[in-house]
Design a binder for this molecule. Structure first.
Ligand code: 6PG
Length: 246
């Protein structure tokens, strides 16, 4: 059943990243204790970078039992400045066993082929039957000022996809393909954690949590899992007092 979102508002970006890193460590250790592994889909962009750097310095992360995937990736080579994998590797993943890191093979010139290959990676790792979706222990997500999350952008074709696990989504404003998880994968997670920092996220945060705009991130809520919104004061600044003090 769909649970109410857990909203946590932290005083500053640094407290936000520290709190998110604490939650990550808690979830990882609980999953490893319970099931011997922790599967996580990482978010890209700039917000999570500081959190990843904090995780890299912690001694309480069961690196050997964590399996890292990417909720979305730009269709650029893995060493490109825009690559989410490159960002996450530099901030954290160099500390992980590399056999536990499953990046999108975006060196493949055809984005659709890269997306299909990543679907196969998920099917194989999670041993999925046809029609099944993977269930990540944690899916980390960011939020764009336009209300996109992963690479589910307003008006893009992937918003309507409910069969595929991963698709190549053409993003007109970037004149670029992005490879992204679809809503069924995101919403099959045991826990989704949004991380949003800064004033430019205040409007979409308000609209998604208590407004009416049908922004893409509004449609992310696990069908049977936790939804956590981790915000700093600026990103929460347009929320009603009722939500801010809940
Ligand atoms: C990406 C992300 C994307 C990101 C938002 C917010 O590939 O860029 O997955 O969904 O989370 O665009 O980006 P910032 O954290 O840089 O604001």
């Amino acid at each position: 059943m769909t649970q109410q979102p857990e909203i946590r508002i932290l005083n500053s970006p640094s407290e936000l990243f520290q709190s998110a890193a604490d939650e990550f460590a808690r979830l990882a250790n609980d999953a490893v204790t319970a099931r011997g592994r922790f599967t996580v889909a990482l978010s890209g962009g700039s917000t999570p970078k500081s959190m990843y750097s904090l995780l890299a310095t912690r001694s309480d992360i069961p690196w050997k039992q964590i399996y890292f995937f990417f909720g979305d990736e730009r269709h650029v080579p893995p060493d490109h400045p825009e690559s989410n994998y490159r960002m996450a590797y530099a901030a954290m993943l160099s500390h992980a066993p590399q056999e536990n890191v499953f990046r999108v093979h975006t060196e493949q010139p055809d984005a659709n082929v890269a997306a299909v290959a990543y679907e196969e990676t998920l099917r194989s790792f999670f041993r999925l039957q046809p029609g099944e979706f993977p269930r990540f222990d944690l899916t980390l997500l960011g939020l764009g000022p336009d209300g996109h999350t992963a690479s589910l952008f307003p008006g893009s074709a992937a918003l309507k996809e409910n069969q595929r696990l991963v698709v190549a989504n053409w993003i007109e404003k970037f004149n670029q393909y992005r490879i992204t998880f679809t809503y069924p994968v995101l919403n099959n997670s045991a826990c989704v954690m949004f991380l949003a920092s800064g004033q430019e996220k205040a409007h979409p945060v308000h609209q998604i949590l208590e407004g009416s705009e049908a922004l893409p991130a509004r449609h992310v809520h696990p069908t049977n899992g936790r939804l956590i919104w981790m915000l700093d004061r600026d990103a929460a600044s347009a929320l009603s007092d009722a939500l801010r003090t809940s």
